[in-house]
Design a protein around this ligand. Structure first.
Ligand code: GLP
Length: 260
């Protein structure tokens, strides 16, 4: 795993934005996997700005979001469909038909999940997958104990994730208990994964992701087995890494052609 430590979340978002922009410019029909939460907001702001000022063109891009709350429709203010419209899709020139998010109101969750997997395959697979990290090491909504080979399916949130995400709702009791999420196995098939994590509260999850054992108890640790995974973090999130100095040294000594 490549670990890139930047002084601030803004600087880290900037590095991630360059990776996404290069992907889209190199392959205008790119298939992107997208994430929600507070972590990607800086990246999305940069992509909007690159669209407005540098003609970054999303017209032929296809996106698949990682997850959605069961029971929330796309117009619910806390749904991830609403989040994506508000922070990215309404501000760039992506075709609405090119954006896919699991349907939190589907009546047949199993069939919907199978369709979602098929749609990813039909699109040619995900070129570049964005991930945030839960404080417990979840990716998407794959909570600890998720099978590392899992596919898109229903998951039940842990009490910790409900507490973490309650800040977006008026009370913890309003946070849905169930979600639809791409599986760890689905995520692992993306050609390139970019993971963002910011702040001291993510330091434990970051260390477990990079330097802990590969275990279903920390689903993000499966990324150690991914052939191309780039973790971009700020100093706060790097605080518990044993080899932080080595990762900095590697980044500072990269051959020019390898730089993001
Ligand atoms: C939710 C999302 C994850 C995200 C995580 C972290 O649980 N399903 O994809 O990575 O929140 O959220 P934040 O970025 O707000 O810390």
């Amino acid at each position: 795993m490549e670990v890139i430590i930047q002084p601030t979340a803004d600087a880290a978002s900037h590095v991630a934005a360059r990776i996404f922009a290069r992907q889209i410019r190199t392959k205008p029909t790119s298939v992107l996997g997208l994430a929600t939460g507070s972590t990607p907001l800086g990246l999305y702001r940069e992509l909007v700005s690159m669209h407005e000022r540098a003609a970054l063109d999303f017209a032929k891009v296809t996106t698949f979001n990682l997850d959605e709350y069961v029971g929330l429709g796309p117009d619910h203010p806390q749904s991830y469909a609403h989040f994506m419209r508000e922070h990215l899709f309404s501000k760039i020139n992506i075709a609405p038909s090119g954006t896919r998010i699991p349907d939190g109101l589907t009546r047949d969750i199993a069939a919907h999940c199978a369709d979602y997997e098929q749609a990813i395959r039909d699109a040619g697979g995900i070129d570049l997958q964005l991930l945030g990290l839960g404080t417990d090491g979840h990716i998407g909504f794959n909570e600890p104990s998720s099978s590392l080979g899992s596919r898109t399916r229903l998951k039940t949130l842990t009490e910790r994730t409900i507490a973490d995400n309650a800040r977006f709702f008026s009370s913890p009791s309003e946070v849905p208990r169930h979600v639809i999420t791409m599986g760890v196995g689905t995520i692992m098939e993306a050609r390139h994964c970019v993971v963002l994590a910011f702040g001291e509260k993510k330091a434990g999850a970051v260390a477990a992701t990079v330097e802990g054992p590969v275990t279903a108890s920390v689903p993000s640790s499966a990324l150690q087995l991914h052939a191309r995974c780039t973790l971009i973090i700020d100093e706060g999130a790097a605080g518990a890494l044993e080899r932080a100095d080595y990762y900095r040294w590697v980044y500072n000594n990269k051959p020019e052609w390898q730089r993001a």
